[in-house]
Design a protein around this ligand. Structure first.
Ligand code: SAM
Length: 345
């Protein structure tokens, strides 16, 4: 009991402030790597609190940079913190933190887009998928240039129970450009409803925790930042392969302002388009004049199920890609204004 209390009350010893570290190691922010730092530890504490209780937790922090969030995670009682940082200039400052928290901080100099997180933590922390999430959290103030491809990759990992989700329903607490955070959490009928809303929400409970004004960062980015928390669902709301769902959603949202059947049509080659679109819409029982933003996840599930059953009957349909056909047509016929208009839809 006394030992538990001691662990819970771990505080880092006095250290140079994050600002002083930046000066000490001459850590000029690199625009190319979208480096905007958080120096206010009350704010980094607030971000870390969104993850839930970190006492004795295993945590992976992405892009620790000068280590503000890293300090907050250690002070929240994490037992094992693995940080993945691409820029070697930050490694000495992170080593200083590691010395101040002996045995708690592991530093990986690498790229989070290729890092094998499934190998980063002991297998015995895993929890069966249908039980509570494991005591493993992923936290990060991501570079904007990385955050969207990374969340799409991690959503696919959720669907396949790989990467961070090889350990169970690992929770993520991540920052995004405010507009992306709004899209991730947008509900049916809202202006921000998009592909990202469906892909995130069919797999996870997604919560837009709070917005950080751009002025809180050094240097100040052009945009504000949203902190988003994800918990994978025990049962995904759509029971089809991720790639198939992604294809249906991408096509449906191709024409955001038109009736949804316009996008569904593009799942099929021109010669069979009318007939197969009608079949899918009828089988799914979805009103073809709904706009993509008005579709609920059950609507998308019905469309994905109907499309999957058609593809089982006619396997050649699955590999058809409207955009690929369009690209080939454009190559053959030169510039096409109609095609350009479509790209902008
Ligand atoms: N977490 C720090 C903070 O809040 O002050 C730094 C945030 S800064 C927006 C993003 C950090 O991610 C930088 O340290 C940058 O070097 C790092 N980074 C950029 N791309 C990365 C990648 N692909 N893998 C790992 N780290 C990356």
């Amino acid at each position: 009991m006394a030992a538990t209390k001691k662990l819970a009350s771990f505080r880092l010893p006095p250290l140079p402030t994050v600002g002083e570290l930046i000066k000490l190691y001459n850590l000029r922010a690199e625009k190319q790597l979208s480096q905007n730092f958080l120096l206010d530890l009350r704010l980094t504490d607030k971000i870390v609190r969104q993850a839930g209780c970190l006492n004795n937790a295993h945590v992976c922090e992405v892009g620790p940079g000068p280590g503000g969030i890293t300090r907050s995670i250690l002070n929240a009682g994490a037992a094992d913190l693995l940080v993945v940082e691409k820029d070697s200039r930050f490694i000495p400052g992170l080593k200083l933190l590691s010395e101040a928290a002996p045995g708690k901080l592991r530093i990986v100099h690498g790229d989070i887009l290729t890092y094998r997180m499934d190998r980063g933590f002991p297998a015995n922390i895993s929890k069966p998928w249908d039980q509570d999430p494991p005591n493993l959290h992923v936290i990060g103030n991501l570079p904007f240039s990385v955050s969207t491809p990374l969340i799409i990759k991690w959503l696919e990992n959720v669907a396949n129970r790989t990467g961070p989700f090889a350990f169970g329903r690992t929770r993520l607490t991540l920052t995004f450009q405010k507009e992306v955070a709004e899209r991730l959490t947008a509900s049916t009928g809202s202006r921000q409803r998009s592909r990202l809303s469906i892909m995130a929400q069919y797999l996870c409970t997604v919560h837009n925790c709070f917005t950080i004004p751009g002025r809180a960062f050094v240097p100040k980015p052009e945009v504000d930042v949203g902190v988003v928390h994800f918990t994978p669902l025990v049962q995904p709301q759509i029971q089809q392969p991720f790639k198939l769902v992604e294809k249906v959603v991408r096509n449906v949202f191709q024409f955001r302002r038109k009736h949804c059947h316009k996008g569904v049509e593009k799942l099929f080659p021109e010669a069979r388009r009318a007939e197969l679109t009608q079949e899918v819409m009828q089988q799914a029982d979805v009103d073809p004049i709904l706009r993509p933003t008005e579709l609920t996840i059950p609507h998308i599930r019905a469309l994905a199920d109907a499309y999957a059953s058609l593809c089982r009957r006619e396997p050649g349909l699955l590999s058809y890609e409207f955009r690929e056909e369009l690209r080939l047509k454009r190559l053959g016929a030169g510039y096409s204004p109609a095609a350009d208009a479509l790209e902008d839809a």
